[in-house]
Write a protein that binds this ligand. Structure first.
Ligand code: ZN
Length: 139
């Protein structure tokens, strides 16, 4: 068991990312940001439309169709909830960009080894290597 662990420890000492790797990561992060921004725009347009509909106010409609109102409110809360999780992702991507600039990108917060390229390409905002991520999820 100890021997296996040592071997893993050795493979942990990885080469730093090259400049072209970092450039690729930056592109991936920026593309993800754009995707989220366009999603957010879509959500806020939708939410705005609903508010305008309410503001233009068919008050009697509200009295007679309480169930509909409840559904509308639920939808809006759902959209806003979604938007806030998108905002969190945006923040994480911005953070990843900052780390690319600083040169600390792709280093695991817990064990300080390099996170694999495959993982970073899938989740560019990852701050933990797979092993540390799994360890945290178990807790
Ligand atoms: Zn780690």
């Amino acid at each position: 068991m100890i021997i296996v662990w040592r071997q893993l420890g050795k493979t942990k000492v990885k080469k730093k990312f090259s400049k072209s790797d970092l450039k690729d990561f930056k592109k991936i992060v920026l593309r993800k940001k754009e995707e989220i921004l366009s999603d957010l725009k879509h959500i806020s347009d939708d939410t705005l439309r609903k508010s305008q509909k309410e503001a233009s106010g068919d008050i009697s409609g509200y009295t007679y169709h309480m169930a509909d109102v409840a559904t509308d409110n639920y939808d809006r809360e759902f959209s806003l909830g979604l938007a806030s999780s998108e905002r969190k992702s945006l923040y994480e991507l911005d953070d990843a960009l900052k780390r690319i600039e600083e040169g600390s990108f792709g280093i695991c917060d817990d064990c300080k080894s390099f996170i694999t390229k495959i993982r970073l390409k899938a989740v560019p905002s990852a701050r933990l290597c797979i092993k540390c991520q799994q360890k945290r999820e178990k807790k």
